[in-house]
Design a protein around this ligand. Structure first.
Ligand code: CP
Length: 314
């Protein structure tokens, strides 16, 4: 693949290749003074048109730990504010010959569109409600490390499924790896025709969590609710917030995941989020750096083997 735009085009063995390479970076990341040189001489530009803490920081660290020249565009301070379009901005940066472009955008499909216009390898850092492929890969690596496998697990993804690119990328990846995926949440936060993805749908948390190996919680993404139905937080926590009583329905060794950012007391009880015997939220963040290193290294190998002509756009 030239780009990493989503999980959809990846075959199971390609997912395993990314995870295996990421695993090899976990130890290096624990001794960050040791630098690799696999991206030396390459330029990485991070363009975040939407807020981020984890994804932006980990892509930056991943690039630096592999020796790339990394530039973070401040999109709030860019000429987008003067009316320049996404595509004109991309063409402008393209003319500076970056090798890797990491892009987050609030509109579904915007990153795919941008990828058609540039020479660099593009990594989707989250586009609207569409995909967040590196999140699904880091979640998969965390699950594989914790459970010793990434197949035949029962995984409950809970909360605001309808507005979540994390849920979408995860259910595609976990389905490809032959897991049993359950989506748990109110019908108002469930996408239409979701059963077509081969998932089970529950509107009751206790039923949805029964016997689950993995409980993945999601934030209410109010920024994508477009003034539509926004549940009351108190009522939502009562019915769908993960607390000890609801978690007791999952397997005793079930792990609790959350992609972050987390709203304590809305979708998850803070005590559970902090419980080191159940919660793997910090491990997810740690795996995020390793997975992004692996994804960029694999795309950089392709760039070196089959570089695009530099003037395809003119
Ligand atoms: N999980 C995730 O994408 O977090 P950020 O929005 O902080 O990058």
């Amino acid at each position: 693949h030239r780009h990493l735009l989503g999980i959809e085009p990846l075959a199971p063995d390609e997912i395993t290749t990314v995870l295996d390479l990421a695993e090899s970076y976990v130890d290096l990341n624990r001794q960050p003074k040791k630098r690799s040189k696999v991206l030396q001489g390459l330029t990485q530009i991070n363009m975040f048109f939407e807020n981020s803490t984890r994804t932006q920081a980990s892509f930056e660290l991943a690039g630096k730990r592999l020796g790339a020249d990394v530039m973070n565009m401040s999109m709030q301070a860019s000429s987008i504010k003067k009316g320049e379009t996404l595509i004109d901005t991309a063409l402008t940066l393209n003319a500076m010959h970056p090798d890797l472009l990491v892009v987050r955008h609030p509109h579904s499909g915007a990153v795919n569109l941008l990828a058609e216009k540039v020479n660099a390898a593009v990594l989707n850092a989250g586009d609207g409600k569409h995909e967040h492929p590196t999140q699904a890969l880091l979640d998969a690596l965390t699950i594989r490390r914790e459970k010793g496998r990434l197949h035949r697990l029962t995984i409950a993804i809970c909360g605001d499924i309808a507005h979540s690119r994390v849920a979408r990328s995860n259910l595609i990846l976990l389905g490809k790896m032959e897991n049993r995926v359950r989506l748990v949440g109110p019908a108002t936060l469930m996408p239409s025709r979701i059963e077509e993805f081969g998932v089970e749908v529950y509107d009751d948390m206790r039923e949805g969590l029964e016997g689950a190996d993995v409980v993945m919680m999601l934030r209410l993404q109010k920024e994508r609710m477009d003034g539509g139905f926004i549940p009351s937080e108190r009522e939502y926590y009562h019915r769908y917030g993960l607390d000890a009583e609801k978690l007791a329905h999952a397997r005793p060794d079930a792990i609790v995941m959350h992609p972050g950012p987390m709203n304590r007391g809305v979708e998850i009880d803070g005590t559970i989020a902090d419980d080191i015997n159940r919660s793997v939220i910090q491990e997810q963040v740690e795996m995020g750096v390793a997975v992004r290193m692996a994804a960029m290294e694999l795309l950089a190998r392709n760039l070196r083997e089959a570089p695009e002509p530099r003037n395809v756009l003119v």
